[in-house]
Design a protein around this ligand. Structure first.
Ligand SMILES: *[C@@H]1O[C@H](CO)[C@@H](O)[C@H](O)[C@H]1NC(C)=O
Length: 621
């Protein structure tokens, strides 16, 4: 029946009008509307590759480019001033004389008459272009019974380019430092790795050593060799691979180098390289605990968790002031987009990649094309994206925490609180506010999290509850049951009752004055992320320890408990890995409860055989 090309839809509605070959975008068009257009367009194609005009409810250039990208069409933009002026392609199609541009062209952009003249005068393009055009061009052409000049309706015009990498994603020209690094890496890789006793990673020369002393880079300048004889001693605590056994200050001497390493780690996170993330985390934790400013790469290579790879990165950093690999998320457009999405609260790296694979490239894309597919929490994360990026000064962390404690004590006298998170580690500004609340009377903390959230909601402080967990109350506030070593390591350290909320101070200057005015002002206070964690008294020390320390410190604390002690650490309590029985390290010898939450935390260190580290020394990042 249909003898046309399979991709072309046959239509008989307007056989007399010579439209170019049209591809119809379905975005923002209802299925009924879509059906109508499909019936009306005589030259409709379903194959984007043969389309001359792409028709759709598209009003912005970026959006048009996005739609084309989604269809796999790469284009270079044609300067609007050099656009072709005709509706039909230059081939056989006949053009009716164009009517003068009417002022009633509602869809016209803000182009001045002069600009339009220039457009009309522009030369015809050498190669066929693809134009994304507003629907109005088609509907008005149908209405007037002739194909109207298309120029005024063009949202975007691009010249098709082959599927090679886009200009912006081409690697930057290798500079001198990069090629030096390549040679150095090749050197390191070609060195026999069998020189390391017990190494099972043959062939991977530039890898991460866990042994403290390694031969470092062979090529050194004389001055470097001289300095090597004066290498500072490695502090004893750096001979351990457990970062929970070392002091790690918030501002270590090699902080600038660490910041570069952190950028590489972030890139590894975004690309799903879990092993790389672990390796960089270990290296960063070690460098952060090193008490001297590095002078040579040899000094770096001998440290646990560092080795040749990190030493080479240090050499590059020292020579050039930066690390090329760390600049990836600035130079690689894909990484930049992944980072943007990853920074949405509620979006992990896998979701960020999923968003990218759906063709989205910025927050507007998410809002326009994916809003309904987001979880409620992700929608809130997008909505308050900018506000959640703002850091919270210490004074505000304190005032938010005081409000929470006051509400707790209004519900039930006798609550105690420790502000945990980055604030407790001494950060001058925090990404969010974390507080642990506890009460000596175990019945007071039971299902308390719901009550405090309701109280703070009523008072107007909590605007959204992102997550409310009552798992601990539901198992009668008993430390989570341990099902044996075979099982995957549970749900991490956050098995306590907790509320993750969005917070906004409802009090602001001029609030009452404007309520009476016709024009209401908006609350100018930024929305903040706040975590309220409730712990029963008997495990409050674990709660405070678990929520105060840097990520790698946490990781190593769990690893230490497992490998060295046969225990399982969790913020809701410590258990014997063999029997699953709760191990109480917090009560006194006579079984009396800890006098306060910070003493309880010290007793956990003690009970685990760890030297006490104040939170300011747990900044493993
Ligand atoms: C775990 O429990 C078993 C059996 O009671 C005991 O022998 C072992 O010492 C305990 N381990 C720890 C680390 O307390």
């Amino acid at each position: 029946m249909d003898s046309g090309p399979p991709s072309r839809k046959r239509s008989t509605s307007h056989p007399t009008l010579s439209f170019p070959i049209i591809y119809l975008l379905s975005a923002n068009i209802s299925s009924q509307e879509l059906q109508n257009f499909e019936d009306q367009i005589p030259t409709l194609t379903y194959d984007i590759n043969e389309a001359e005009v792409v028709l759709g409810k598209v009003f912005r250039k970026e959006r048009a480019q996005f739609e084309l990208r989604k269809l796999g069409v790469n284009t270079d933009e044609v300067d609007p001033l050099k656009r072709s002026a005709s509706a039909a392609p230059p081939k056989k199609r006949r053009m009716r004389p164009s009517p003068p541009l009417a002022s009633s062209d509602l869809d016209s952009d803000t182009a001045s008459d002069g600009e339009i003249q220039k457009r009309l005068a522009g030369p015809a393009p050498a190669e066929p272009t693809i134009r994304v055009v507003k629907l109005a061009w088609f509907t008005e052409s149908i209405k007037t019974g002739e194909v109207l000049p298309i120029d005024n309706y063009v949202v975007y015009e691009g010249r098709r380019v082959s599927q090679g990498p886009a200009k912006s994603s081409q690697p930057p020209p290798a500079d001198k430092a990069a090629s030096i690094m390549e040679r150095a890496l090749a050197d390191a890789a070609s060195r026999p790795s069998s020189s390391r006793p017990g190494s099972s990673q043959g062939g991977r020369g530039a890898t991460y050593a866990t042994h403290p002393v390694r031969p470092a880079l062979h090529r050194q300048t004389t001055s470097e060799q001289e300095r090597n004889t004066h290498l500072p001693p490695i502090p004893d605590y750096l001979h351990t691979t457990y970062s929970c056994q070392r002091p790690t200050p918030v501002h270590p001497p090699n902080e600038d180098f660490i910041e570069e390493l952190e950028k590489i780690r972030t890139a590894r996170t975004l690309t799903g390289d879990k092993i790389g993330v672990r390796a960089y985390s270990s290296a960063i934790a070690t460098v952060a605990a090193y008490p001297y400013k590095f002078q040579t790469s040899q000094e770096v290579a001998r440290l646990p968790g560092c080795g040749d790879k990190i030493a080479l990165l240090f050499k590059e950093f020292k020579d050039t002031g930066r690390i090329q690999e760390a600049r990836q998320d600035e130079s690689d457009p894909k990484l930049a987009v992944l980072k943007l999405f990853y920074d949405i609260w509620g979006v992990a790296e896998t979701t960020a990649r999923d968003f990218y694979n759906r063709g989205w490239r910025d927050l507007d894309d998410i809002v326009e094309y994916g809003w309904d597919t987001l979880t409620r929490v992700q929608q809130i994360g997008v909505k308050y994206y900018d506000e959640f990026q703002l850091k919270i000064p210490r004074a505000e962390v304190e005032s938010i925490s005081e409000t929470i404690l006051a509400h707790a004590n209004k519900i039930c006298q006798g609550f105690e609180m420790v502000i945990v998170g980055g604030y407790r580690r001494g950060k001058t500004a925090s990404g969010d506010v974390d507080v642990v609340l506890s009460h000596r009377d175990e019945s007071a903390t039971d299902h308390f999290v719901e009550r405090i959230v309701i109280s703070l909601e009523r008072a107007g402080y909590i605007t959204h509850t992102l997550s409310l967990s009552t798992a601990n109350s539901e198992r009668r506030q008993q430390p989570v049951e341990w099902k044996g070593n075979d099982r995957k390591a549970g749900t991490g350290f956050d098995t306590l009752d907790k509320a993750l909320v969005v917070w906004q101070d409802p009090n602001w200057e001029g609030k009452d004055a404007s309520q009476s005015q016709s024009e209401r002002k908006k609350n100018p206070n930024p929305h903040r992320r706040v975590d309220i964690i409730i712990s029963p008294w008997k495990t409050a020390g674990c709660a405070v320890l678990g929520w105060s320390s840097g990520t790698t410190f946490q990781r190593d604390l769990r690893r230490y408990c497992k490998k060295e002690l046969g225990l399982k650490f969790d913020s809701s309590g410590i258990r014997n890995r063999t029997t699953g029985v709760w191990v109480d390290l917090e009560s006194g010898p006579d079984g009396s409860p800890a006098p306060d939450m910070l003493t309880a935390e010290r007793r956990v260190f003690d009970g685990l055989g760890l030297e006490w580290r104040p939170p300011e020394e747990r900044c493993t990042r």
